[in-house]
Design a protein around this ligand. Structure first.
Ligand code: COA
Length: 177
């Protein structure tokens, strides 16, 4: 299944299912988007191949320009957005918001998150990401002290992706975020 949306002012981006075939592109994207703490190759292979993981890419002219992944963790009955990134030259065109929304929808439909709660972590210094998440309806629920390798705290944000705490419809790795 593919969702197409207009990444103004240039050609439309397509949001598509990602797979292990995208390993090289996702690795490059990781290194560019997360210079401080990009995932090692094994982590990328895992996120692109393990069952129970939602993995999507944004594609323009057959180039992967964005990537997001999420999964459901039974231990805390929560879905987590594990990573989201857009190449710098494609930012501020709505691609990050589209990836986030699609990831949430697939988590709800495919993994049937029981309470409808999705969480993610973000550095307090990452203003663009915090803006994106607040814009998308996330609210801070916790702080993890000194979570990141450089000692920075992580803000834990949460969103209720569907009301009522029930299933929407029939459908541990260390986080990037
Ligand atoms: C965070 C990131 C994914 C956003 O991707 P994007 O495609 O630029 O985001 P969008 O264009 O969809 O932006 C959606 C909204 O987020 C907010 N936003 C995004 N980037 C912003 C910025 N640099 N400054 C202020 N607000 C910003 C805005 O509210 C924006 O809506 P608007 O453009 O209508 O004002 C991208 O900046 C990125 O890849 N950063 C590096 C990796 C990273 O930090 N990932 C998140 C880790 S927690």
């Amino acid at each position: 299944m593919e969702t197409t949306f207009a990444a103004q002012p240039t050609r439309p981006a397509a949001i598509q299912q990602a797979s292990w075939r995208d390993m090289v592109a996702v690795r490059r994207l990781e290194e560019v988007c997360f210079p401080q703490d990009f995932w090692p190759l094994l982590e990328i292979i895992g996120v692109l191949s393990m069952p129970g993981v939602v993995r999507i890419k944004a594609v323009i002219d057959e180039q992967v320009v964005g990537f997001a992944a999420g999964d459901f963790r039974r231990s805390d009955r929560l879905a987590w957005i594990a990573t989201i990134g857009v190449l710098p030259e494609y930012r501020r065109r709505g691609i990050g918001a589209a990836l986030l929304q699609e990831c949430e929808q697939r988590l709800g439909k495919t993994l049937a998150v029981p309470d409808g709660r999705v969480r993610l972590c973000v550095r307090p210094s990452n203003a663009p990401a915090i803006q994106l998440y607040e814009h998308s309806g996330y609210q801070q629920v916790s702080v993890w002290n000194r979570y990141y390798q450089n000692g920075e705290d992580a803000l834990v944000l949460e969103k209720q992706i569907y009301p009522g705490g029930g299933r929407q419809s029939a459908g541990e790795r260390r986080d990037r975020l």
